[in-house]
Design a protein around this ligand. Structure first.
Ligand code: ZN
Ligand code: FE
Length: 255
């Protein structure tokens, strides 16, 4: 039986995610921005929280962990990088580890750059990627703790996943990302199509996620830093992808 995935808003612009295995009734929350909306979503479905899969140490991803752990006595899985000092952790996960949520398997990819500890979770059987603050729709996370080569490398790891995988990310930033991306690639047809879709979804107060990874590869300029046309648009013809990526990220920071 296929897993069920629920998405809802937490805090201002974070996404909360639940993934539920009907066979075993296990339910994981991907990150825990705050407890209340997660508890509400669980109660609405009649599910019990068994696991929390943390992607990185930022407060808007772990703020609800203590309360949820106390209420459900669930297992807390966190990045293996202990320097990040996440509290209440039961299991540490790093590159290549497989975390079980009931009968579901989550493969761990280390995707540092936004933070040094950042990991992403891939449910291959569900074709689902939870990339938190590494990859956003039409954008990527700010590079706070790592550097541009590190972040570009992380994005390449995610880009290597199949086109029919769905991307679930940490924040609803798509509209702002689209606005910036159009300044670099005003003629990108996939981006223009996504822009229209995002305008429609936001006007209806609907989330812009999940989205297909194959669409992101065509429309997300941050996954396209090695496209000669992107370098040309930045007047960086011949520059390597890392430099182009860094320039994109800096321009976005200032936008
Ligand atoms: Zn973050
Ligand atoms: Fe965040």
């Amino acid at each position: 039986m296929a897993a069920e995935i629920r998405l809802f808003t937490c805090l201002t612009d974070n996404f909360g995610y639940l993934i539920h295995d009907p066979a075993t009734k296990a339910t994981a929350s991907i990150d825990a921005p705050e407890a209340a909306p997660i508890i509400k979503a669980l109660e609405r479905e009649g599910w019990t929280l068994t696991d929390i899969l943390i992607t990185h140490h930022h407060h808007d991803h772990v703020g609800g962990v203590a309360e949820l752990k106390q209420k459900y006595n669930c297992r807390v899985v966190a990045p293996h990088d202990k320097a990040a000092r996440i509290a209440n952790v039961d299991l540490r996960a790093g590159q290549g580890d497989v975390v079980k949520v009931g009968g579901l398997l989550a493969r761990v990819l280390e995707t540092p750059g936004h933070t040094l500890d950042h990991i992403s979770y891939v449910f291959d059987s569900e074709k689902a990627l939870f990339a938190a603050d590494t990859l956003f729709s039409i954008g990527c996370g700010r590079v706070f703790e790592g550097d541009y080569p590190m972040m570009w490398d992380s994005l390449l790891k995610l880009r290597a996943l199949p086109d029919d995988f769905r991307l679930y990310c940490g924040h609803e930033y798509t509209a702002a990302n689209v606005k910036f991306a159009l300044t670099v690639e005003p003629d990108n047809a996939a981006l223009k199509a996504r822009a229209e879709e995002v305008t429609r979804l936001r006007a209806a107060n609907k989330p812009t996620l999940p989205t297909l990874l194959g669409e992101e590869k065509k429309a997300n300029v941050f996954l396209r830093a090695d496209e000669p046309s992107v370098a040309a648009s930045l007047r960086m013809k011949g520059a390597d992808a890392t430099a182009v990526f860094g320039e994109l990220r800096e321009r976005k920071n200032k936008s």
